[in-house]
Design a protein around this ligand. Structure first.
Ligand code: KG4
Ligand code: ZN
Length: 325
């Protein structure tokens, strides 16, 4: 079995995955959403302190599995340096105490493998990752053959939802809050501009849209918030589908997946489904409970890396806030 740890942002999670069957034997996650909600976003130092409390509590429950562990996998990149270090330090301690090898996992690959928890892998696969930290399109051929073809030049898709909710004083995380508010709103009421519409580059940008929403919020009264939320969600999603449509002109995917916290958004799912229809591409989604950060996806990558002997030493394993993907 493999013990996996996730602490890249505001979720403390540990999982136990059986290597041979890929079965998830244990998974526990403690989210810090409530604690960060009053600040309208994640406060890194507070997050680190909460991980330091939560991770040992969860680890305690995994003791019965210790004798069967073959390796310990941990998210080491990308994420907040001060929170990644909490998980990595714990993983190193477990590695030394139990005499088992260490596996450093890329969190973005973790999100891709959230599709394959307790399942076989499916490749080739084109993946849209939409989370709080990333908005990117990747062509995935295998664990070690992943090519990023588009990414955000500034804010991410999920982050823009967080910031819009913060502007309206509605708390954190903004994604589910804005999605709920948008349901009763008019998507055409506010005519926000689709980002990078005339730009040929295959890239994303959310800072301009965020600022346009800020101006609208400042002028609006509370009754308008639902229409702003709906119009924002519509344009934020249209930006994704517009760029994907462009990408599909040269590269039609057979298998397409949306992963990451924001892949839970039903409007986004619907729009992507519509976009894929004429191409007869198959759409893959993670189970709702594995869209946001979790340790099950890290364990699933851990199993794959274990089978390929992709271990690292105590000295080699370090945190890297920015991903190389
Ligand atoms: O993958 P994740 O849990 O953490 C990162 O790796 O960043 O994603 C969290 C992000 C947050 O920005 C959150 O607001 C966004 O995903 N999110 C959503 C929805 N649910 C979560 N964004 C839009 N619509 C949602 N329903
Ligand atoms: Zn994530």
């Amino acid at each position: 079995m493999i013990l996996s740890i996730e602490s890249s942002c505001d979720d403390s999670a540990i999982a136990i995955t059986e290597i041979k069957t890929k079965k998830l034997l244990f998974h526990k996650k403690i989210s810090q959403e409530l604690e960060h909600s009053v600040y309208g976003g994640v406060v890194p130092e507070l997050a680190a302190r909460l991980h330091a409390e939560a991770l040992p509590k969860i680890l305690e429950q995994t003791k019965p599995y210790f004798k069967d562990l073959k390796a310990v996998a941990v998210t080491s990149t990308p994420g907040l340096a001060v929170t990644l270090i909490e998980g990595v330090t714990m993983a190193k301690a477990i590695s030394v105490a139990l005499g088992i090898p260490l596996i450093g996992v890329n969190h973005l690959i973790g999100h891709i493998y959230s599709l394959f928890i307790e399942k076989k892998t499916i490749f080739p696969l084109t993946v849209l990752l939409v989370s709080g930290g990333h908005t990117q399109v990747m062509e995935v051929k295998s664990l070690t053959n992943i090519k990023t073809v588009a990414k955000s030049m500034d804010d991410s898709f999920g982050e823009s939802f967080d910031k819009v909710a913060k502007m309206m004083g509605l708390g954190y995380p903004g994604g589910p809050i804005i999605e709920k508010l948008a349901k009763d709103g008019d998507r055409k009421k506010f005519n926000f501009t689709v980002p990078l519409l005339q730009n040929k580059k295959l890239a994303f940008s959310y800072s301009g849209l965020k600022n346009a929403v800020r101006l609208a919020v400042e002028k609006a009264d509370k009754d308008d918030y639902k229409d702003i939320a709906a119009s924002f969600e519509h344009i934020a999603t249209k930006h994704l589908t517009h760029k994907l449509k462009k990408y599909f002109q040269t590269s039609i995917p057979k298998n397409f997946a949306i992963v990451g916290g924001a892949s839970a958004n039903l409007y986004l799912r619907g729009q992507i489904e519509e976009l894929l229809n004429p191409f007869c591409a198959k759409l893959f989604l993670s189970e709702l409970k594995y869209c946001s950060d979790n340790a099950a996806m890290i364990g699933r990558v851990g199993v794959e890396m274990y089978e390929k002997n992709m271990f690292c030493t105590l000295e080699e394993l370090d945190v890297a806030p920015r991903s190389l993907l």
